[in-house]
Write a protein that binds this ligand. Structure first.
Ligand code: XIL
Length: 520
């Protein structure tokens, strides 16, 4: 009988796996779609940038190895499948490779993992495999052979692990993180229920991974799209150009939510709230937005046109969301990172250059005008715990609060384990709390220099101390959100800043956040 029971259990598990495989990209461990950000890719002796067609372009090369590359925390003995599409439009054909630069004890060595020939104007897929050797660092990159000056584009870079990722070999001093089934973990959203929402920033590709989706459902009551609702993902430059041609109206704006749909749908069908990020920002906003004819080569538009575009963009975003996902997005970062770290006043962004120092006031007025009633409107910034910056932020908030169009302040809190100090954070929280705004921690992560047990314990203590400050102000905090799910997925992944390790298992920091009062 017992044997029969076990057989049934095994069968049920196999069925579950099959279902997952059918519904999800179960073997995907990493994907860079370039729909929004550059996903941590950088130029190796070349310039790389994301194009509006969701590709990463590499220019300014003079050697074959000058390439787009990215650090990947691969696990020794893991068997990885790699693929990417490449494109070039300059020569009849060119040879490309996916290569890896790996480092052991400071010595860098290389292997070529995939090859292919891309004909002019044709997207070409390169596919290869890699079994990870014993290295401290792995950089995957896409290079040419015999075409050192060629500019090219890549898209859809994927890393799959068809046989799963092995447990990292315990090598001192790395801490061995115990595997815990998702259903056996405590839930952060439950731990903080009655105080504030607990959430995370999540990139689009997470929604095609069953395990990550289960982790989200268990842990979080609010999500922020990590990149997919930023202006470079939402503003439809070609659509806006077409509207302009049709109507002759320079202030016409077209928006689309292609990149954000998977998160919005998931949140809507599972009753999870969404915090919108971000409407007005100096970064990740197409340069063309600020120029006549939506053409970055033409002059900047006038103040009047820019105000019109700002209003129509904000209007378009709220109208789309209200029509398609009513009630899902409960709050927004209307303005992000407007204060400059040097001058502690408005940074010299295109917004400020074109509109002037009152551009934040207009952003909040438009957001209030078009946001569904009850939507909370936030200002979001980093380095709040640093004196001069804090003064600049307070000064800006003081120009916005009397107009009644701002509800809250979001502390990003991208910290490291020794800076800023817990006392500096407490002072910053108390200073802003005294202004009577709603509060949130919008982008919490805490880096450490290595993954030893000592570092992870220090990190856990820091997280616990931060959470205790927030609990003391729970009546004003609406949400606390970590910036990413696992260390592997983090924008600062090489410094292990999050609550879950690369395999989704809870680190000491997770246990500290789950019960900060009792964390020693
Ligand atoms: C980061 C994302 O995490 C990356 O994937 C992207 O390449 C760059 O932006 N402050 C913010 C966030 O407000 O939008 C940033 O997110 C991190 C810093």
């Amino acid at each position: 009988m017992k044997k029969f029971g076990i057989l049934l259990l095994v069968l049920a598990m196999m069925m579950a796996c099959l279902n997952v495989a059918a519904a999800d990209d179960a073997t995907l461990v990493y994907a860079s779609t370039f729909v929004a950000g550059t996903d941590g890719w950088y130029g190796r002796g070349a310039q790389v940038y994301r194009t509006t067609e969701a590709t990463l372009k590499t220019e300014g090369r003079s050697s074959d190895w000058n390439s787009p590359g990215r650090d990947f925390p691969l696990v020794e003995t893991g068997e990885y499948k790699l693929s990417v599409e490449v494109f070039q439009d300059s020569v009849d054909s060119a040879n490309f490779m996916i290569s890896i630069a790996h480092t052991k004890d400071g010595a860098e060595t290389y292997e070529n993992l995939a090859r292919g020939t891309a004909k002019k104007g044709e997207w070409t897929k390169l596919e290869g495999t890699y079994i990870a050797g014993d290295f401290d660092k792995y950089v995957l990159y896409v290079e040419t052979t015999g075409a050192p000056e060629l500019s090219f584009e890549i898209r859809d870079f994927r890393v799959d692990a068809p046989n799963g990722v092995p447990a990292p070999k315990p090598k001192t001093p790395d801490m061995v993180i115990e595997e815990v089934a998702i259903e056996d973990m405590p839930s952060l959203k439950e731990a903080y229920a009655g105080k504030f929402d607990f959430g995370a920033a999540v990139p689009q590709y997470a929604f095609s991974n069953g395990k990550l989706k289960a982790l989200i459902l268990k842990q979080f009551s609010i999500l922020t799209p990590e990149n997919e609702m930023k202006p470079d993902a939402v503003l439809d430059v070609n659509g806006s150009k077409a509207l302009l041609k049709e109507t002759g109206d320079e202030t016409a704006v077209a928006v689309h939510f292609d990149a954000a749909k998977s998160l919005l749908r998931f949140a809507q069908s599972n009753g999870i709230k969404v915090h919108g990020h971000v409407l007005v920002w100096h970064s990740q906003t197409p340069e063309a937005f600020f120029h006549e004819g939506y053409d970055a080569k033409k002059p900047l538009v006038s103040r009047e046109v820019m105000l019109g575009r700002m209003e129509n963009y904000i209007k378009g975003v709220f109208e789309y969301l209200d029509a398609n996902y009513p009630g899902v997005v409960v709050s927004w970062d209307v303005l992000n990172e407007a204060i400059d770290d040097g001058s502690n006043w408005l940074r010299n962004s295109n917004w400020k250059k074109i509109i002037g120092d009152d551009y934040p006031n207009f952003a909040y007025a438009y957001a209030r005008k078009y946001a569904p009633e009850g939507t909370k409107l936030y200002y979001n910034d980093y380095n709040t715990a640093i004196g001069g910056k804090l003064r600049g932020i307070v000064k800006l908030l003081n120009t916005l609060i009397p107009e009644g169009n701002i509800d809250g302040y979001g502390f990003q809190m991208h910290h490291n384990v020794s800076f800023p100090s817990i006392q500096q954070i407490r002072t910053a929280v108390e200073t802003i709390a005294a202004m009577g705004l709603r509060l949130r921690v919008s982008e919490l992560d805490v880096t450490v220099s290595n993954n030893s047990e000592a570092s992870f314990k220090k990190q856990a203590k820091y997280y616990a101390d931060v959470m205790k400050i927030l609990i003391d102000h729970a009546d004003q905090f609406e949400a606390v959100q970590v910036w990413g799910l696992t260390d592997m997925m983090s924008w600062r992944g090489s410094q292990f800043p999050l609550l879950f390790d690369g395999r989704g298992n809870p680190k000491p920091a997770f246990w500290a956040v789950a019960d900060p009062e009792n964390y020693q």
